[in-house]
Design a protein around this ligand. Sequence first.
Ligand code: AMP
Ligand code: MG
Length: 325
Amino acid sequence: MTARTSDIEKAAGVLRAGGLVALPTETVYGLGANAEDPAAVSRIFQVKGRPPSHPLIVHIGGAELLDDWVQDVPATARLLAEHFWPGPLTLVLRRGQRVPLEATGGLETVAVRVPDHPVALALLSAFGGGVTAPSANRFGQVSPTTADDVRAELGDAVDFVLDGGPCAVGVESTIVDATGETLTILRPGGVTREDLEAVLGCPLAVPATSRVRVPGQHPSHYAPRARVVLVEPEKVVAEAELAQELGHRVGVFLPAAFAGAEVKAHAVVAVPGSMAAYARGLYGFLRELDQRGCDLIVASLPVEEGLGLAIANRLRRAAGPRPTV
Ligand code: AMP
Ligand code: MG
């Protein structure tokens, strides 16, 4: 925890005054506003360039506060909240009266979580309310995992940046829809499907869109400036060298199985063998290859178990078709 008590108090004051605070969480940095202030919430959408129909996550200070923000919590959702909070699990539940429609994109459901970061928890405690926050990046871009990433991305558009050091998990939270008869994973993330299933004692549905391999089905998101191409792990080196020969400035995500291989490319990132380290580093690697001037990134998907499911989901979406402007 690098932020001082005076920083926390200042940030809480900014939230009370209707301002925007970038805050560290264990997943990625968030762009936060008072969840109960519709004007402040609307500013988040302006700053991010995010369509107002995309709902945000409301961050609260503890599982015991859940019923202040939502209605009709099923027993299964409460079990998950008690087990995984604070932590990278977001629950979608029925919206409580305190949550304005601006924060939910007009939906009668709301996404809620308790972040597992001492600075975020100190801010929530000092502020006393809920903080609604998406990732602190422009819409569609790579999520920030350090305070410097936030400053580089948003500059003066944010009123205060709380520095809590680099994010420990590095990918966004797992989102579970708990509004229906059966629980569904809407987005894989920092809590693994296997861990959720172990606590629930039954399999969880993951919608086809998060597992499908056709990149055309995924609108671009989590995307660096460089185009991202996904190939089989054993083809990464050959594809990268071919593209480099054809005149691209190629950045390579070299799979751990090929560590130490010589690659004739512009820049090489050694992908960590541990999925936790890979998740922690993922967005930083994408930013690094952008900063080094790469126009093409060649990568492969990890095995889709544990945190590999979330990493593969982000890489697919980073490789998805870009909007034509
Ligand atoms: P981010 O922009 O990375 O903070 O992500 C917020 C995520 O939460 C988005 O993917 C939203 O689609 C999801 N989300 C928030 N609220 C809801 C909701 N009520 N129903 C479904 N998804 C939600
Ligand atoms: Mg985001």
